[in-house]
Design a protein around this ligand. Structure first.
Ligand SMILES: [Fe+2]
Length: 319
């Protein structure tokens, strides 16, 4: 196993480019994000968690500009700048929230930014429902549950998935430069040596983290397969689904269902320019006592319930 240059703390944001910021904001608001700031040609959207922003749109031709990850320290940014292949200097982030970053291209040439010191914001209010089931049958004694018809309330950005023809090299690059570790891999049904997908998590030692922060899927072309956002709970996901379905029925891609690896309850939507955005709630959380496993495609990439992945989802690779 390679010694990583740094170990990222989490994913920070996605930076896209879109030709129409009004249209982008309308879509993202219906998706469940909240405007943090909008200047002439940039739109910053946030969730209810304290991150200043988790989604940036710059005005221009459609593109996936950068995927951002949190460094643990300023020293780590300097280390990545010194030791990362083709890394930029440590730069000031000249935008709302401030902070510093290092730009670097991953194995497929997609640009990443590793950031530190960006201001946080006060969390936004989000009511958590209690559920009267399982061992806690009276978690909501006498209280009536009523689900409002409204967009989801996105909490935070959760992970990104990269489509890549050279999956082994892509994973090796990310494990060395970002310090992520494999939770589960998926191989071709009858060929354990051909890797199809690799689910990697933040390495936080004994602390529990999401099953994956970055996943790679083998595909003929490279690009972003999807970017993923955690919502509050099941009702929040479902009412957000209904709200999006009313306004953008043609943009629904896949869901609702529950994945096997990671076990999230998921719902996938394209944005107006075809970039896939996921809602999910509930995930397996793992720490360094998790035993890495390899699965055949038929079990690893199977939905535990709900529909299986459509071809349009498997082919998503936005640049
Ligand atoms: Fe996902």
């Amino acid at each position: 196993m390679v010694t990583p240059i740094i170990r990222i703390k989490d994913i920070a944001w996605i930076r896209l480019r879109s030709p129409d910021l009004d249209k982008a904001e309308e879509y993202l608001t219906t998706f469940g994000l909240v405007r943090a700031e909008r200047s002439g040609d940039k739109l910053y959207m946030r969730g209810t968690d304290p991150s200043h922003h988790i989604h940036i749109t710059e005005k221009g031709d459609p593109a996936v500009l950068r995927i951002a990850f949190w460094a643990q320290s300023l020293e780590d940014l300097h280390k990545l700048s010194r030791e990362g292949d083709g890394a930029s200097a440590v730069e000031d982030l000249d935008e709302p929230g401030g902070g510093k970053r290092v730009r670097i291209r991953e194995h497929n040439g997609m640009e990443l930014e590793v950031v530190w010191g960006v201001e946080s914001a006060a969390p936004l209010q989000a009511e958590a429902n209690a559920f009267n089931f399982g061992a806690n049958k009276t978690a909501r004694p006498g209280k009536l549950l009523r689900v409002e018809h409204r967009p989801s309330l996105v909490k935070r950005i959760g992970h990104v998935v990269i489509s890549t023809p050279e999956i082994e090299k892509s994973v090796a690059w990310a494990q060395r430069h970002l310090g992520i570790v494999a939770s589960d891999d998926v191989h071709m049904e009858d060929d354990p040596d051909t890797l199809l997908a690799s689910f990697n998590r933040v390495d936080a030692g004994p602390d529990y983290v999401d099953h994956h922060v970055m996943m790679f899927g083998r595909h003929a072309s490279s690009g972003m397969n999807h970017v993923s956002f955690e919502v509050q709970d099941f009702d929040d996901l479902a009412t957000g689904h209904d709200t999006l379905m009313q306004k953008y029925p043609d943009l629904h891609l896949w869901g609702l269902g529950r994945h096997t690896l990671g076990a999230q309850v998921f719902d996938y939507w394209m944005d107006p320019w075809g970039r896939v955005h996921e809602h999910w709630t509930d995930t397996d959380v793992l720490n360094n006592s998790h035993e890495y496993r390899k699965h055949p495609k038929s079990t690893g990439l199977h939905s535990q319930w709900g529909p299986q992945a459509p071809q349009a989802f498997r082919d998503a690779a936005s640049r």
